[in-house]
Design a protein around this ligand. Structure first.
Ligand SMILES: Nc1ncnc2c1ncn2[C@@H]1O[C@H](COP(=O)(O)OP(=O)(O)O)[C@@H](O)[C@H]1O
Ligand SMILES: [Mg+2]
Length: 151
């Protein structure tokens, strides 16, 4: 399955969706989250962390760009590339990307050098009030298999 579309009606439902994704994630996977401010990228990432068994609450890393969360089945490498817009130099964020963990990148369009050929794109659309549409697109076989598990 290359594309999957799922809707949620609340923050809690998005947490539950993220949890399924985190439980199904494999080492070295990369998820790219796109969507407007307030769409739910960080909320989905909180669920992913929970699904990995991470107890710490994931917060928006906008001011730190990158945060690592340990203590779960896989290390979660959470990157928010928003403030990298227009910067082209190598800032070393690749360091944790092939280290056996799971990388989740918000605003990956501002860090194109970090995007591997194979990845999962999650595009979130605000529908109305608390309703959100999640469009998952798999690039690579292991991500297609992940979507089979999620469906
Ligand atoms: N269905 C939903 N899924 C995710 N977040 C929702 C939903 N409904 C309401 N919200 C709210 O929308 C906001 C999403 O914020 P956040 O996840 O930080 O967005 P982003 O990281 O995309 O900027 C939160 O305040 C959350 O409580
Ligand atoms: Mg965010």
């Amino acid at each position: 399955m290359k594309t999957l579309i799922l809707n949620t009606q609340s923050r809690e439902e998005t947490h539950a969706l993220g949890e399924k994704l985190g439980a199904a994630a494999k080492e070295n996977m990369v998820f790219l989250l796109s969507g407007d401010l307030g769409a739910g990228k960080t909320t989905l990432t909180q669920g992913i962390a929970r699904g990995l068994g991470i107890k710490r609450l994931v917060t928006s890393p906008t001011f730190t760009i990158q945060k690592l969360y340990r203590g779960g089945r896989l290390v979660l490498n959470h990157i928010d590339a928003y403030r990298l817009e227009g910067l082209s130099q190598d800032l070393g964020f690749e360091e944790y990307m092939n280290d056996g963990g799971l990388t989740v990148i918000e605003w990956s369009q501002f860090a194109p050098q970090l995007i591997p050929d194979e990845h999962l794109t999650v595009t979130i659309h605000l529908l109305e009030e608390d309703a959100r549409e999640f469009r998952f697109e798999a690039a690579g076989k292991q991500y297609e298999e992940l979507l089979e598990e999620l469906a």
